[in-house]
Design a binder for this molecule. Structure first.
Ligand SMILES: Cc1cc2nc3c(=O)[nH]c(=O)nc-3n(C[C@H](O)[C@H](O)[C@H](O)COP(=O)(O)O)c2cc1C
Length: 255
């Protein structure tokens, strides 16, 4: 069973490719956050996968919650992997996820990382179309390599894009993300048509429509940026910088 979280489709796409190749079901982590779930059992010959986007060299809060709260039973002969998708480097995010599984008594057999188009438009513009195309093409090869490593049972840490000082980066940036995630800069321009799509697609139900316009709920928002990237009229902005920046949704994710 492969669990994923996604904002703009990179992690969903990666989880789906691996799920299809390995014959594993693919499930959205957000369906497991209400605390009412039965124990998840990974049987003999089956694989547990956790696929998530890197946020501030760390984990999206909902992924951390999932790994802390959900009960998972690994039967003998089952295996597990972690896959972080990122724009450039993962820091220690895969180690953080691995440690959280370890606390549940689950040993991670494979650790992977996948460079994908960057969606963090609060700080940078998206890459140009050619660069995105190159990254998406090379992501197919990387996913095929991961599938082969799992099939050949070549266990180990295959993440070689942790970047410099991963421990320090994850500690500092991760704390900033968890404490400093704000929502008051989210707003819509006049091109908002009150279509409600942002409310419908927010994976963590952090958007409420009030008077036909979206309002972001700080306690729920994880800054996945699905709303900004998937708004059909490009009306959603964060501060003043995102107006001049592009938008991105993984074209192979089905989103
Ligand atoms: C809040 C936030 C923080 C991010 N931080 C990082 C980061 O620290 N390092 C990195 O390489 N990419 C970072 N990214 C880029 C995403 O990890 C990357 O684009 C990912 O593949 C998006 O996955 P998704 O399409 O499944 O949402 C960040 C994106 C967001 C939204």
């Amino acid at each position: 069973m492969i669990f994923y979280f996604t904002g703009t489709g990179n992690s969903l796409y990666a989880a789906s490719v691996l799920g299809t190749a390995l014959g594993e079901e693919v499930k959205n982590i957000v369906e497991y956050l209400d605390g009412n779930n039965e124990v998840i059992t990974i049987g003999k010959g089956e694989i547990l996968g956790v696929v998530f986007p890197v946020y501030y060299y760390s984990l999206p809060t909902v992924v951390q919650d999932f790994l802390e709260k959900v009960e998972i039973k690994m039967e003998e002969g089952s295996r597990s992997f972690i896959l972080a998708t990122c724009g450039a480097t993962t820091g220690d995010s895969t180690k953080i996820a691995k440690d959280l599984l370890h606390k549940k008594g689950i040993a991670t057999d494979f650790v992977f990382a996948l460079e994908m188009p960057d969606n963090y438009v609060l700080l940078y513009d998206v890459q140009n179309a050619e660069k995105q195309e190159r990254m998406l093409t090379s992501s197919k090869d990387s996913l095929n390599r991961m599938i082969q490593l799992i099939k050949d049972d070549k266990r180990g840490n295959h993440n070689n894009i942790r970047g410099p000082m991963p421990g320090m980066m994850s500690m500092l940036a991760g704390a900033l993300y968890r404490k400093g995630r704000r929502t008051q800069k989210f707003h819509v321009t006049d091109s908002c048509t009150s279509c409600n799509l942002c409310e419908e697609i927010c994976p963590v139900d952090a958007i409420e429509m009030r008077g036909g316009k979206p309002v972001w709920i700080k306690d729920k928002c994880v800054h996945c940026l699905a709303c900004i990237h998937r708004c059909p009229t490009g009306a959603i902005q964060y501060g003043s910088k995102t107006r001049a920046r592009g938008r991105y949704v993984n074209p192979m994710s089905g989103l």
